[in-house]
Ligand binder design. Structure first.
Ligand code: ARG
Length: 267
């Protein structure tokens, strides 16, 4: 089943402020390398048969490349983002406008949430992260607007500040995750819900290996996550390693650069 992704070329990418432990403005990052690496990610999706739409990057919003944070969609409805840090604030309305202009039904959120960065969609449930960015009140707001059950999970390690840095859906009913990123209660919930999950090592997590995108057959994943790649191959997934090391200097990987458009607009 081909997917439809929204991406944003990192034309204004930079590391010029620090809002997570991966970011070091004194070291910075190369925009040219980031653009080249991002192009390989986009090409990989197209090669797999997925459709990629683009939103125009905005000068002064260096993190806008991380499209996952722009919104959460279900059945063609768009739940907008409201960023925790003012540096990224204008991205929320920019992404929401992109969808509104294309005829999607949109909701401007009342509560802080960073889109698919903290909401991961499975067939029967949406898993939602809280602890660093997204407010738990937004989990309820998303559930009410989208009509999908939302399960709240608490993140405890600042390196894994978004749910999508600690977990990815393998398909509609199973996940891969790094246990060390979750509170004891949330971990117990995950063990109960996903007894057959792929458990990632600290090494995999530390290269943002969990920030991967699976279409149920192929997994697009950070090249350095070697243990996790082996385990995925053992489970008969097709592994597509991508080098996004420059974007990791902002704390992002393949999934961060990718917003899934779920359900087309009603018009
Ligand atoms: N520098 C960005 C931030 O801290 C990185 C966002 C990564 N996105 C993600 N979906 N995890 O907000």
């Amino acid at each position: 089943m081909p997917k439809h992704f929204l991406m944003c070329r990192p034309d204004y990418f930079a590391v010029e402020y620090a809002i997570n432990p991966w970011m070091h403005p004194e070291i910075g990052a190369s925009r040219d390398i980031a653009v080249r690496q991002w192009e390989t990610l986009k090409a990989a999706y197209e090669e797999l048969g997925h459709k990629v739409s683009l939103i125009d990057p905005i000068d002064g919003l260096p993190d806008m490349v991380f499209a996952a944070n722009g919104a959460l969609l279900a059945g063609g409805r768009v739940y907008g983002a409201r960023f925790a840090y003012p540096e990224r604030g204008p991205e929320g309305p920019a992404y929401l406008r992109w969808f509104a202009e294309r005829g999607y039904e949109t909701l401007e959120p009342a509560h802080v949430n960073e889109g698919e960065g903290d909401f991961l969609t499975l067939d029967r449930v949406i898993l939602a992260g809280t602890g660093f960015r997204t407010d738990v009140a937004a989990h309820q707001e998303a559930q009410e607007y989208l009509g999908r059950p939302v399960v709240s999970l608490t993140l405890v390690d600042p390196r894994f500040y978004h749910l999508d840095t600690a977990m990815f859906p393998l398909d509609g009913s199973n996940i891969a995750y790094y246990p060390g990123a979750f509170s004891p209660g949330s971990l117990a919930v995950l063990r109960r819900m996903f007894p057959d999950a792929v458990l990632a090592t600290a090494e995999d997590a530390e290269v943002l290996g969990l920030n991967a995108v699976s279409d149920g057959t192929n997994v697009v994943i950070n090249a350095e996550a070697s243990n996790l790649q082996l385990e995925l191959k053992r489970r008969r997934y097709e592994v597509i390693p991508i080098d996004l090391s420059e974007l990791r200097k902002a704390g992002g990987g393949p999934k961060c650069c990718t917003l899934e458009i779920r359900g087309e607009n009603s018009s």
